[in-house]
Design a protein around this ligand. Structure first.
Ligand code: EPZ
Length: 420
């Protein structure tokens, strides 16, 4: 397992280009199961999670080729309708094959997901949703087995706004007979991108960008090509990297509209931001002001930026409170940050961070994707050397992060496990 060795204390300056959105790509790849033929996806990030999704889809019979940041998919050979435990346990997003397999082939056998290390990750909304669309569902030996001659449109009202469940039910409903209404649908940009892609494939969807989606089922869809939207969480992470190190950075090829809550909070923390159509320039504050954050669904402050925000607040000139209302136990980064000298009190889903003058480098352990990002951010500013272990977590969602950080002036290098 590789590790990163970071020498802290360097201000980050310069430009970094944001990659395509992991969580959009993970929805659009399975959407290609909905119609037979060839697809070309561009601005595809080169990430572990994309490799995992590719293996899963190839196992189902899809042909996938990568050339740089372009992925070509051929779905003519799809002949299996099972997502095996060995692949699904590595990544929760694997459950995205459930909706398309069921609606196109009338059968899907998908292992219950494993995914990130933190807390229980229910999929009840996915299962209840396809049942309401008329699927017969059995849970057997850790698998969801769903069957349906043809799904029938209905009204589905999610009691929790769920990105994955909205995506899955959307992909199930587009080929159902009749109209489906999804109330309390997620409106994250990745769901908007999925809806727009499905419309390109011939789906009939109204209410995009609202919490009420109306899908008129069609008999058949056709292939389409798509460019991935920029990754808003990668962009937010680099903005925090500039702010925490006292530097001045420009993030290129981002979508500022998807980051509005994050940029607002960074301004409150004292940063100066210049925002253009697809560029955000950040000048770090002299002193980081303490700013409270409560995560919420889009367009609120994203839970995927919670760990990175805690890292920034560790050096603020005062106390701040970070509350995660989406995942109550997504705080495995806190004890590791405390090893670097942070002063953080955790009580259930509420972290109280008392700003300290400095952090001291140490050996810390990654536990999940965004926790790893917060450890790297802290290492960039800690005195001395920080070793971040198990960086395979970070490789899931940040394309060549050490190269991008080095290009901004960080002293970070990857050491492969063979060397230590
Ligand atoms: C997506 O996960 C993202 N992953 C996550 O990003 C992100 O943290 C999450 O949305 C919230 O924004 C992908 O898009 C691949 P949810 P998802 O269903 O769809 C509860 C990252 O770091 N819930 O919106 O799995 C759930 O427990 C990853 O890139 C149910 O109760 O999240 C949570 O409290 C991590 N029942 C809330 O909904 C269900 O059936 C939101 O979860 C499903 C979810």
């Amino acid at each position: 397992m590789d590790k990163f060795i970071i020498k802290g204390g360097y201000k980050l300056n310069g430009e970094v280009t944001i990659s395509g959105a992991k969580n959009s790509a993970l929805a659009l790849m399975p959407a290609a199961l909905l119609a037979s033929g060839n697809y070309t996806f561009t601005n595809m990030p080169d990430l572990r999670d994309i490799k995992t999704m590719s293996s899963l889809l190839q196992d189902i019979g899809m042909m996938i080729k990568r050339k740089g940041h372009t992925l070509t998919l051929d779905t003519k050979g799809v002949s299996k309708y099972k997502a095996p435990y060995e692949l699904v346990k590595k990544m929760r997003a694997s459950i995205y094959v459930l909706g398309p397999l069921l609606s196109r082939y009338g059968y899907a056998k998908v292992s219950l997901p494993g995914g990130c290390a933190w807390g229980p990750r229910p999929v009840n909304l996915h299962i209840e949703g396809i049942q309401k669309l008329g699927a017969h569902v059995e849970l057997e030996h850790g698998y969801i087995i769903a069957k349906a001659k043809r799904l029938r449109g209905t009204i589905i009202n999610f009691d929790v706004s769920s990105v994955g469940a909205t995506g899955n039910i959307l992909m199930a409903a587009v080929l159902a007979k009749g109209t489906t209404i999804i109330e309390n649908a997620a409106i994250e940009p990745e769901i908007t991108a999925l809806s727009e892609f499905l419309i390109k494939m011939g789906a009939k969807i109204d209410g995009i960008r609202t919490h009420r989606l109306e899908i008129e089922g069609v008999d058949e869809l056709h292939t389409a090509n798509e460019e991935m939207i920029p990754d808003r969480i990668e962009a937010g992470t680099y903005l925090v990297a500039g702010a925490i190190t006292g530097g001045k950075i420009k993030i290129m090829k981002c979508n500022p509209e998807h980051l509005s809550t994050i940029t607002e909070k960074l301004k409150e923390a004292g940063a100066t931001l210049l925002i253009d159509s697809d560029i955000i320039e950040l000048k770090a504050p002299k002193q980081i002001h303490p700013v409270d954050v409560t995560t919420s669904i889009y367009p609120g402050f994203p839970t995927d930026m919670q760990a990175q925000w805690i890292a920034l607040m560790m050096l603020a000139n005062g106390s701040s409170v970070v509350t995660d209302t989406i995942y109550y136990d997504r705080f495995k980064h806190v004890p590791e940050l405390v090893r670097l000298g942070a002063d953080i009190e955790l009580n259930k889903n509420i972290a109280v961070i008392k700003g300290v003058k400095k952090l001291i480098g140490a050996k810390v352990m990654s536990t999940d994707l965004r926790a790893s990002a917060s450890l790297i951010l802290a290492g960039l500013v800690a005195e001395g050397t920080t070793e971040v272990l198990r960086v395979y977590h970070i490789d899931r969602g940040y394309e060549t992060i050490e190269k991008k950080l080095r290009s901004l002036g960080a002293d970070i290098r990857r050491v492969s496990s063979k060397e230590f």
